[in-house]
Design a protein around this ligand. Sequence first.
Ligand code: APR
Length: 236
Amino acid sequence: MIFVLTGAGISRESGIDTFRDKGGLWEQVRVEDVATPEGFARDPARVYEFYDKRRRELQSGAIRPNPAHAALARLARSREVFLVTQNVDDLHERGGSPAVMHMHGELLSALCSKCGARSRWTGDLGAKDACPACGAAGGLRPDVVWFGETPYFMEEIARAAERCDLFVSIGTSGAVYPAAGLVKIARANGAGTLEINLEPSQNAAFFDGGLYGPASAKVPEWADRVLRESGASGDQ
Ligand code: APR
């Protein structure tokens, strides 16, 4: 099984800003204000608006999957791929990947703080909206894992990292844990490890090798080489 972990870099060429590159999201707004429970408690309207804007942009038609997303979908058609993303966009799904684990949540989802339900949500989200599951109003928040909160599916993700044959990290700076620690679990269990990124990440030393350049070029190059070597074409 191939474990693929993606980060904001894979969506950069689709038009979505990364977080820590020059001009990235965390230079535009403060993490403390829009990506922490404290920030949400302090000024919910500010946080709702921040995610509404990103949710609208994602669905505007201007943001589409790029060849890196499509290459991972091609790979999953003939190899066992366990795809985990730190991204909250839906570009992997729109690119054709059959199963995507969003460990940091999703822009197109709302979380009810009253009943815990996660509901698909494509419009703007506000304090007055009612939870589609329990009907209560006033408890919905963006379904995005903020700093200090526990990522989703970590049990299942760690188990998969233990049993994978190859661990590939794509477009992530390796700055945020537990995501950045997954390569160490894979390595400790004998997996091969590859980093595909614009440039070496701060985690580069944990990888056997690296493919450096834009994801839209490097991910198809790698995926199609894997498919050639395994003698299967993604369309089988
Ligand atoms: N192709 C490949 N890699 C790219 C490209 C590109 N076109 N453009 C940028 N990158 C790389 C950068 O070199 C960087 O290493 O993508 C990485 C983006 O790093 P970050 O901005 O830190 O994004 P990410 O690693 O996904 O952040 C992890 O931090 O703020 C939290 O929850 C947020 O999920 C996010 C997490």
